[in-house]
Write a protein that binds this ligand. Structure first.
Ligand SMILES: *Cc1c(COP(=O)(O)O)cnc(C)c1O
Length: 358
């Protein structure tokens, strides 16, 4: 038995997937209750159901993420993967998920949706928001099925090392799944942990096309794990998970990314991040700017975070406000935009006239 099988909801280990209509494309399709007319009359093919498991997309993902095709499950954005994992591993009203706040809010949302419990182990602020692995392990009692780590972490921007994650996964084998959400890994200095999948069968890596690959609008991501777990989760997903236009756009962009064609734009975000960090660091109204390996910066204003947020909004710029919690003071998270957009942000933060003169 693989160690993930001891963790999954037992009734799902045998559940056979929904039996979808045959996918044969070259025969007359009178078996799936589709419309015979192609919308607009030109051959969009959108009157037909999409391919359930599109091989070209899965191969492109495997190539770009550096794993085997059997280790790839395409999903409708990481949010979809988070929801699938929580439903597959947590019995409603009984099991728990461990999260390390401050972090991405979707983990806790998916947990509540499933009526599972949330165990929180705050990040260590004095330690650059590192994960408190000792406490995570101590809190992983019998009911904790999933541990969500986010690397680089949204909103603090720091990464987990492969050694720490693999040690945790080894310690939790047969007890819990360690999920590493790498939504921003393309912007980081370290490579993805996906190349270490064969070292742990309770390790799951989440990737997305929404950030560095620039396709938030198509809703596409990938869950990466050892083949047995991917195969099981595939059966638990709806039969036609990805819309046809998403499959096409994602396949093209992954090919471009694998060929290095997106490197210039990713490099620009990285250098703009560093320029913005320096400028914000020197700003009189900014108390702290944390180092970030994502495409965003977390900053603690010198005075009221709401005031600085309002000044941005008056200038027509949205930034993300975070209320103070047990670990983090009230903060703002700003996304790194184009050079012009970042200049606009810096201009709007310029010390207001009244204060400059008074
Ligand atoms: C933005 C983000 C995602 C991406 O979610 P999608 O559903 O793929 O758009 C996933 N995880 C984190 C931590 C994020 O910040």
């Amino acid at each position: 038995m693989n160690s993930w099988q001891a963790v999954m909801r037992p009734e799902l280990l045998q559940l056979s997937g929904y039996s979808a209509a045959s996918d044969a494309r070259d025969l007359l399709r009178l078996h799936a209750n589709e419309a015979p007319q192609d919308p607009g009359g030109n051959s969009t093919g959108l009157n037909r159901y999409p391919v359930p498991q599109p091989t070209a997309l899965i191969d492109a993902m495997a190539d770009y993420y550096g794993v085997d095709s059997g280790e790839v499950l395409p999903v409708r954005g990481s949010d979809d993967a988070i929801d699938l994992l929580v439903r597959s591993f947590c019995r409603a009203g009984r099991d728990s998920v461990l999260v390390c706040p401050p972090t991405f809010g979707m983990y806790e949302f998916a947990v509540r949706l499933q009526d599972a419990r949330c165990v929180t182990v705050p990040l260590l602020r004095e330690n650059g928001f590192q994960v408190d692995y000792g406490s995570v392990l101590a809190q992983c009692t019998g009911m904790v099925r999933l541990v969500f780590l986010c690397s680089p972490n949204n909103p603090t921007g720091n990464v987990c090392t492969d050694v720490d994650v693999l040690e945790l996964a080894a310690a939790l084998a047969g007890r819990a799944i360690v999920v590493v959400d790498e939504a921003y890994i393309e912007f980081a200095r370290k490579p993805s942990i996906a190349r270490r999948l064969h070292d742990a069968d309770n390790l799951v890596v989440l990737r997305t096309l929404s950030k560095a690959l620039g396709l938030a609008g198509i809703r596409c991501g990938a869950l990466l794990a050892q083949a047995g777990l991917v195969e099981r989760l595939r059966c638990l997903m709806p039969p036609y998970p990805l819309p046809a236009p998403t499959i096409d756009a994602a396949s093209r962009q992954l090919l471009a990314a694998a060929n290095g064609q997106l490197e210039p734009q990713i490099d620009q975000i990285r250098s703009e991040r560093d320029r913005l960090a320096i400028a914000l660091h020197e700003h009189p109204d900014v108390h702290t700017v944390w180092n970030s390996e994502g495409n965003f910066l977390l900053l603690q204003p010198a005075a009221e975070a709401r005031d600085l947020e309002a000044r941005c909004r008056d200038a027509g710029i949205l930034v993300r406000y975070f209320a103070a919690d047990a670990v983090m003071p009230a903060c703002l998270r700003v996304t790194v935009g184009s050079p012009d957009e970042n200049d606009r942000l810096l201009d709007s933060l310029a010390v207001p006239r009244e204060r400059a003169h008074g």
